[in-house]
Structure formats: C-alpha cells, structure tokens
Write a protein that binds this ligand. Structure first.
Ligand code: HEC
Ligand code: HEC
Ligand code: HEC
Ligand code: HEC
Ligand code: HEC
Ligand code: HEC
Ligand code: HEC
Length: 644
C-alpha cells in the first residue's frame, strides 16, 4: 500500500487522534519477514548466553571429511591474496556476474546512462525520480510536484553501492549510520532504463526499505550484523565486496601458507576446497548456499547461515523447505536448485549432473559461443548414451540448440529469485502443465529439501518444520498451519527450552490460534532476554495495540525510536500514541521527525496539523494543511472542519 493512501479520511472531529490501523498491516508483514531474515544472524549470540541443554555439536569441528579449512579457526584472507598466485582466474572471475554481484557506485559511474532516453527523470504516481552524477558520487532523488508542477519537496540521497551485476539490472543501496536501505530507483538492463525498484510499484516505501543481512549474505562476500537490529552492520560494512573466492573454496589461510612454503606438487592439497573434486552432495551444497531459494530457509538449531563452509553439507546449517512438487507449477517461482533435481539427467546420472557440469564459474560464455558451449555440455553425456530422437534436419533449424528446445527461457518470469531458464530439462517443456492441487487441511505443504540425505541432527527436523510452518502460516495467513506447527514446537521446546527461534515461532502460533494473551506474555518474556531486539519489539507493539494495552505500546515505541531513529514508522506510531494522550508537543516533534525521514507520509502530515492546532499554533497549522492538501486534496473537507 502506498503511504499516500494511508491517511484515513474519516469525518471524525479531531479529538484525541484515533490510532489509525492502516500502516499496521504492512508493518506486521514486514515484522514477520524480518523475523525470518533475522534469526540467522541473531541465534548464535543467544546460544552463548542461554545454553542450558546440550546443543548439536558444531559440524565445522566434528565433520569427518578430509578438508582442513572447514575448521572455524581457519582465517579468511580475501581475494587480493588469492589473486597474487591465481591472477588469471581472478581476472576472469571479475567479469562474471557473481564477481560483480556488489559494486561500488564510484567504480561504474562512467558507464551509467543518465540521459532522457534512459528515462531520467521518470515519473510514477505523482512523484518524479532523478538520477544525478555529482563528481564522483551518485544521487537519487524523489520529488513531489503539486498540480502546478511546483516542488512540494525533494528528498535526495547519495547511493553508494549497486546490488546486482546489472546483467539483468541493479538495485542501489544507501548507507547511513551503519544502516543499509534500498533506493526506490533501479536500473533495468534489458529495457535500458531507470524505473521503480522491483516491488516498489505495489508498495512504494520511498527510501525506507531495509536491506537485511540475508540479502547481503547472498549478494555480497561477507557482512557482520549488529546484534538485534534489522539492517545495521558492523564497520567495515563489506568484507570483500562482491561474492569472493572463499565463498566457494573456503577460508584460505592454511592454503596460502602451504603454497607459500612451496608444498610438494604431488600431494593432494586439502587446505582448500575445489568443488569439482567434491562428491555430488557437497559439490551441490556450495551453490545451494545462495541458489537454493526453497520456500523457507530455517537456520538449524544453534547454527548460523554464515557458519557454512564449502566442503560441508549445507543441511547441517540450514533446513530448506520447498513446496512438494505436485503443489506448484515447477516453472514458476522456484530457483535453479529447486528445479535441477527434478530432471531425468540428474536423477538417472546419480548426481553426476551438477551446476558446474554446465556452468564454468570463473567465466560465462559469450553470446556467440553460448549455443555451442551448452551443446558440448549436453553431449558430454548424450553423445554416448541416449541421444535426441528428433531428426537432425529439424534440430538444425534452430542451430541444434539443445537448450532452446529442452531448457527454454521462461519469458513471463522477470521476478528476482525465480529461474528464468527451465532447469528441469524436459523432453517437451511447453506441454508440461501446472499440476497444482490445493493441499488438504491436515496435510503439511512443505518438504525438507535434503530429506534423502543422512542428517545427524534429524531429531531437530520437526523443530525446523514447526518454525517453517509457523512462518508460512503467518505469511500466507493460513491458521490451520499454525495448528500443525504447535505440537512440533512444544515438543522441541521441552527438549531445548532456550531456543529463541522456536519461542518466536510459538508466539506466532499462539497468536494465530487465538491465545493472544498467552502470545503476548511470551513476547514480553522474550523481550526481557533481548530488550533492544528490533523485531521482537515491533511484534510486541503490534500485540499490545491489538490487545488495547496502549501504555505498554507507548513504551515499546519509545524504545524502537531510540534504537532505530531512522525509520518513520516508529516515529509516526509514537506521535499517534502521544497525541492520543494529548501530549501535543512531543507528538508534534515525533511527527516532524517522521516527516523529515519520509516526506511522503500523509499520516505524519495530518498529525502535524492536528498538533499545531491543539498547541494553538494556527499559522503553522495552516501552512501544514496547505502542504498536506497538495498530496491529498480529497481530505480537504475533513481537515477544514478541524479549523472551525
Ligand atoms: C602463494 C601462492 C598461492 C596463493 C596465495 C593461493 N594459491 Fe591457490 N594454489 C596455488 C598453487 C601453486 C596451487 C596448485 C596448482 C594449481 O592448481 O594452480 C593452488 C591450487 C588451488 C586450487 C585447486 C585445488 C585443487 O585441489 O584442485 C584452488 C581451488 C585454489 N588454489 C584456490 C585459492 C584461493 C581461493 C586462494 C585465496 C584464498 C588461493 N588459492 C591462494 C598457489 C596459491
Ligand atoms: C538465498 C540467497 C538470496 C537471498 C536471501 C536474496 N537473494 Fe537476491 N538473488 C539471489 C540470486 C542467486 C540471484 C540471481 C538469480 C538468478 O539470476 O536466477 C538474485 C537476484 C536478485 C536480483 C536481480 C539481480 C539482477 O541482476 O537481475 C535482485 C534485485 C535481488 N536479488 C535482490 C535481493 C534483495 C533485495 C534481497 C533481500 C530481500 C535478496 N535479493 C535476497 C540470491 C539471493
Ligand atoms: C561461485 C563459486 C566460485 C567462486 C566465487 C570462485 N570459484 Fe574457483 N572454482 C569454482 C569451481 C566450481 C571450480 C571447479 C571448476 C572445474 O574444474 O569445473 C573452481 C576452480 C578453481 C581453481 C582450480 C581450477 C582452475 O580453474 O584453475 C582455482 C585455482 C580457483 N578456482 C581459484 C579461484 C579464485 C582465485 C577465485 C576468486 C577470484 C575463485 N576461484 C572464485 C568455484 C568458484
Ligand atoms: C554467495 C552466494 C552465491 C554462491 C555461493 C553461488 N552463487 Fe551463483 N549467483 C549468486 C548471485 C547473487 C548471482 C547474481 C549475480 C548478479 O548478476 O548480480 C549469481 C549468478 C549466477 C549465475 C548467472 C550468471 C549469469 O550469466 O547471469 C550462475 C550461472 C551461477 N550464479 C551459478 C553458480 C554456481 C554453479 C554456483 C556453485 C558453484 C554458485 N553460483 C554459487 C550468488 C551465489
Ligand atoms: C551428467 C550427464 C548429463 C548431462 C550433462 C545432460 N544429461 Fe540429459 N540425461 C542424462 C541421463 C542419464 C538421462 C536419462 C537417460 C535415460 O533415461 O536413459 C538424461 C535424459 C535427458 C532427457 C530425457 C528427459 C526425460 O524426461 O525423459 C532429455 C530431453 C535430456 N536429457 C536433455 C539434455 C540436455 C538438453 C542437456 C544439456 C543442456 C543434457 N540433457 C545434459 C544425463 C545428462
Ligand atoms: C544441463 C545444463 C545446466 C545445468 C546442470 C545447470 N544449468 Fe544453469 N543454466 C543453463 C543454461 C543453458 C542457462 C541459460 C544461459 C543463458 O541463456 O545465458 C542457465 C542459466 C542459469 C542462471 C541464470 C538465470 C537463469 O535462470 O537463466 C543461473 C543463476 C543458473 N543457471 C544457475 C544454475 C545452478 C545454481 C545450477 C545447479 C543447481 C544450474 N544452473 C545447473 C544450464 C544448466
Ligand atoms: C528443435 C528442438 C530440439 C532440439 C534443437 C533438440 N531436441 Fe532433443 N528432443 C526434441 C523433441 C521434440 C524430442 C522428443 C522427440 C520424440 O518424440 O521422440 C526430443 C528428445 C530428446 C531426448 C529424449 C530421447 C528419448 O528417446 O527419450 C534427448 C535425450 C534429447 N532430446 C537430447 C537433446 C540434445 C542433447 C540436444 C542437443 C544436441 C537436443 N536434444 C536438441 C527437440 C529438440
């Protein structure tokens, strides 16, 4: 929902301001999304303090494999060190999209297109967006124009980083006080133009979309979150910018020392991982870190996503849940890693087929060489064995491009995180229709992706499933899933009573199951353990509002504003609550702070008029009204009445 639409147009006289609910929905969903994204970065810390049941041991220490650099004590050294001896690999990789997954704006400025043909500026729903180069920096701005094209406000932010190699596009990041936000403006390579960032057309949050650690762990080499926050990071923000060598090869310190000491060339080097030498499960895990989207990714008990090391199984760190294949149209909304195991090539080759059978990691084939390149890959298996049963003349019509017929691009999919190329490798992909049938109410609509593999932590699979179900229940608003989740979570919490992720999930389940007082008590208990946990506070505040505990809610919102003064949601809610208590001066200050952060907020503008009126500041109220009505002329009648 656009924030312009958030102001209520009720005719009620301005008594104590009604506590408006519209922004809530968005925030509640955001809270949940955040919880999902945050748990990974948070859980390790809690364990340190709260451990009172034996945890599954750290696989980096206990795993019985030959690689020495899976050990958590082996240090990362950074790409520059690898490049000293592997210069040609490093050069090639720097041209691969993964080698440019995160870029400094200053490095690509000369290649940016700021022309009118590239739609700079462009307009959307009454706002104008500009991209402007100033010396070595890049600025994005949002301008609100009134009916006469006069500027109502202009908000401009410097953008420092580009998320995305711009193979398909690029999103831009704003960094302020250690917090990272996404700009509303993105670059679209295919269309060669600027436009609203993905997702902003349905929900324009202006410059206020937090970029979470989860995004950055897949899109950059390494970040370290500030504990309990949504989008605040320790300095330096990026440790290695784009995805680096050690994400696929593991930490390099031992290897560098070994090679520096001129090790014997005959002995196998177990100080560094070469994915090509791994067995299929471990080989696939390297890519699945980031390419296996699944439906939900739950950090395993006591583990953190960033603990994963190449050479170890991914499911020791992350439980990935997918929808069962009969419930989804496999062409839609799933990643390459979800699709590949469905192919006959994968099933019948007993895992010989892996991502790296077809993809050379340190360089991508050029456009002219693509057809031949991938044909060679297919023929590495299909020349000797089963070959194409379509006649050669017919295949020649498309240059015998195996991929064009068996792995076509799904042109309707331009959604980030879904495969464009059909990785199911079917005989006739076009005729393979959706098989969707709605799940029965007592049916669990998720499957553990790695269910066929040996899992030493299998006794926690139900715990992971419980957490996944709870989150899915809330995201998709399916209370019956919450009922399925509850016994799983309760059983697990008996065994591991201090598992914060299960507790968070149980709170959701209780809330959705109608036991709201119980959920609220639990939430407050969780907050005692982590009083400055941003998402827990948001959720507590939401529960307090729904239960009518406005005094509690005020405390929560005050704390939220204190720990994150840069999110207008918190400031606006605080202003609403204060005005509810007729504390007009502090309410005005909070509403003004919100407006400064996000001048598009109509709820803040409305509160400002009201507060000025209540404080007897008629002239300021008039000015604020004039500005407000340029955004929302439909509200004129109501607002005029406040002045009577
Ligand atoms: C002091 C020089 C040196 C440095 C620094 C160095 N390597 Fe190597 N590396 C070598 C040599 C020599 C070999 C063996 C010959 C070869 O395969 O090129 C090797 C082999 C490898 C292999 C193949 C191993 C196998 O089993 O097939 C990988 C992968 C690798 N290095 C990655 C890295 C990464 C990643 C870094 C940075 C963390 C790095 N190297 C830093 C010298 C170095
Ligand atoms: C599990 C890993 C993972 C997470 C988490 C993730 N991404 Fe991605 N993202 C990817 C991969 C892999 C691709 C490339 C996929 C492809 O091309 O099929 C991608 C593609 C994208 C693209 C398109 C880039 C382009 O050049 O077209 C954008 C934009 C994007 N992600 C933004 C985000 C944001 C914002 C978040 C956080 C809300 C996020 N991603 C979270 C793995 C991830
Ligand atoms: C996205 C994963 C990924 C990243 C990032 C990556 N590699 Fe590799 N690397 C691989 C894979 C997979 C192989 C095995 C390729 C094969 O033989 O099919 C490999 C092989 C190698 C080898 C041995 C074989 C060869 O081609 O010489 C070296 C050395 C190496 N990588 C160095 C590096 C360095 C240095 C970097 C960083 C500049 C890097 N890699 C980044 C995945 C990656
Ligand atoms: C650290 C996360 C990460 C890991 C590990 C990783 N990828 Fe990626 N990969 C990405 C992201 C993010 C992109 C999108 C890059 C972009 O265009 O900005 C991507 C893009 C790609 C692309 C698309 C390149 C193109 O031409 O558009 C291929 C192919 C790919 N990865 C294959 C692999 C394979 C194979 C592995 C395992 C050896 C692997 N990746 C490991 C995150 C990762
Ligand atoms: C690692 C080896 C390997 C590679 C590489 C490979 N395949 Fe296969 N593929 C197989 C095997 C094994 C089968 C099953 C053959 C059988 O049923 O006897 C198969 C089956 C198929 C089928 C029949 C699918 C079905 O549903 O019955 C098609 C079509 C196919 N492959 C196309 C391709 C194309 C196109 C490529 C390249 C893009 C490719 N394969 C690459 C091993 C491979
Ligand atoms: C049988 C060959 C084959 C295998 C195996 C394979 N890919 Fe691909 N992949 C392709 C082809 C062909 C393309 C399209 C390339 C293009 O058009 O430039 C592609 C494209 C991609 C892209 C770019 C986005 C898209 O969907 O077009 C990504 C990312 C990717 N593959 C990741 C992976 C990962 C991760 C795996 C392992 C789970 C994998 N691929 C396995 C052949 C393969
Ligand atoms: C013009 C589209 C087209 C091209 C190009 C093409 N195929 Fe096919 N392929 C088909 C069709 C259609 C069938 C099913 C034909 C039939 O009914 O027997 C098929 C069947 C197959 C089968 C299954 C054979 C069987 O007996 O089950 C394999 C394997 C296969 N193709 C591999 C390939 C490979 C490898 C290439 C590239 C060298 C390729 N195809 C190129 C359209 C194509």
């Amino acid at each position: 929902m656009d924030q312009e639409q958030q102001a209520t147009t009720s005719d009620a006289l301005p008594g104590p301001a009604p506590v408006p609910s519209p922004p809530r929905r968005r925030r509640f969903l955001a809270v949940l999304a955040g919880l999902i994204l945050l748990v990974g970065s948070g859980s390790a810390c809690y364990w340190f303090f709260l451990r009172d049941a034996p945890l599954p041991p750290d696989p980096r220490v206990t795993y019985k494999g030959p690689y020495l650099n899976v050990d958590p004590r082996v240090a990362y050294v950074g790409d520059a060190v690898c490049a000293r001896c592997h210069k040609d690999v490093a050069d090639r990789f720097s041209h691969h999209p993964m080698g440019r997954s995160m870029q400094r704006v200053a490095d690509v400025l000369p290649r940016e297109n700021f022309t009118a043909e590239a739609k700079n500026p462009f307009e959307s729903k009454g706002f104008r967006y500009d991209v402007e180069r100033r010396g070595n920096s890049l600025w994005h701005s949002e301008t609100k124009l009134d009916a006469n094209k006069e500027v109502v406000y202009k908000k401009e932010m410097e953008v420092q980083y580009i998320l995305g190699s711009r193979t398909h596009g690029g999103s831009y990041l704003v960094v302020q006080d250690g917090q990272v936000w996404q700009s509303p403006i993105s670059w679209y390579t295919e269309k060669q133009r600027w436009d609203l960032a993905p997702g902003y057309t349905t929900q324009n949050v202006h410059f206020e979309r937090p970029v979470t650690a989860e995004c950055l762990q897949c899109h950059s080499n390494k970040v370290v979150s500030e504990k309990d926050t949504v989008n605040r990071y320790q300095e330096p923000l990026f440790r290695g910018l784009a995805i680096g060598c050690e994400r696929c090869h593991g930490p390099g310190d031992l290897h560098v020392r070994r090679q520096g000491a001129h090790a014997s060339e005959t002995e196998r080097d177990y100080t560094i991982v070469n994915p090509a030498r791994l067995d299929p499960v471990l080989r696939d895990a390297v890519c699945q870190q980031c390419h296996l989207a699944g439906e939900l990714r739950i950090p395993r008990l006591g583990r953190d996503f960033s603990d994963f090391r190449p050479g170890l199984p991914l499911h020791y760190f992350l439980a990935v849940f997918s929808l069962p294949s009969e419930l989804v149209d496999p062409r839609k909304a799933v990643s390459q890693d979800d699709q590949m195991p469905l192919s006959m090539c994968y099933k019948k080759s007993k895992g010989e087929l892996g991502c790296i059978t077809c993809h050379e990691l340190h360089k991508a084939p050029t456009a002219e060489k693509k057809t031949a390149y991938y044909r060679d890959r297919c023929l590495s298996c299909h020349e000797a064995g089963l070959s194409c049963s379509l006649s050669l003349p017919r295949r020649k019509k498309v240059d015998d491009n195996c991929v064009a017929c068996h792995m076509p691009a799904n042109s309707s999919s331009n959604i980030a995180h879904t495969s464009i190329t059909d990785h199911r490798i079917l005989i006739r992909p076009q005729t393979e229709a959706a098989r969707g049938k709605p799940p029965a109410p007592d049916e669990i609509p998720l499957v553990f992706f790695h269910r066929d593999l040996d899992d030493p932590a299998s006794d926690t699979q139900n715990r992971d499933l419980g957490i996944a179900l709870a989150r899915l229940a809330r995201q998709a608003n399916l209370p019956h899933l919450a009922r399925l989740a509850r016994p799983l979570l309760e059983t697990s919490l008996k065994r591991y009573p201090a598992d914060p992720d299960s507790d968070d999930a149980l709170g959701l389940v209780l809330w959705m199951g109608g036991e709201q007082e119980e959920a609220y008590r639990l939430q407050k208990r969780l907050l005692q353990q982590s009083p400055r946990h941003e998402h827990r506070l948001e959720l507590a505040s939401y529960y307090a509002r729904e239960l009518g505990r406005l005094a509690d809610m005020l405390e929560f919102e005050k704390r939220l504003v204190e720990i994150n003064p840069n999110h207008s949601d918190y400031q606006v809610t605080l202003a609403e609550l204060l005005s509810n208590q007729k504390q007009w001066a502090p309410a005005l200050a909070a509403a003004q702070a919100a407006l400064k952060l996000n001048p598009a907020r109509l709820d803040a503008r409305r509160l400002i008029i009201l507060c000025h009126l209540r404080l007897g500041e008629k002239r300021q109220a008039e000015t604020a009204k004039k500005a407000y009505l340029t955004f929302n002329p439909a509200d004129a009648e109501t607002v005029e009445r406040w002045f009577d």
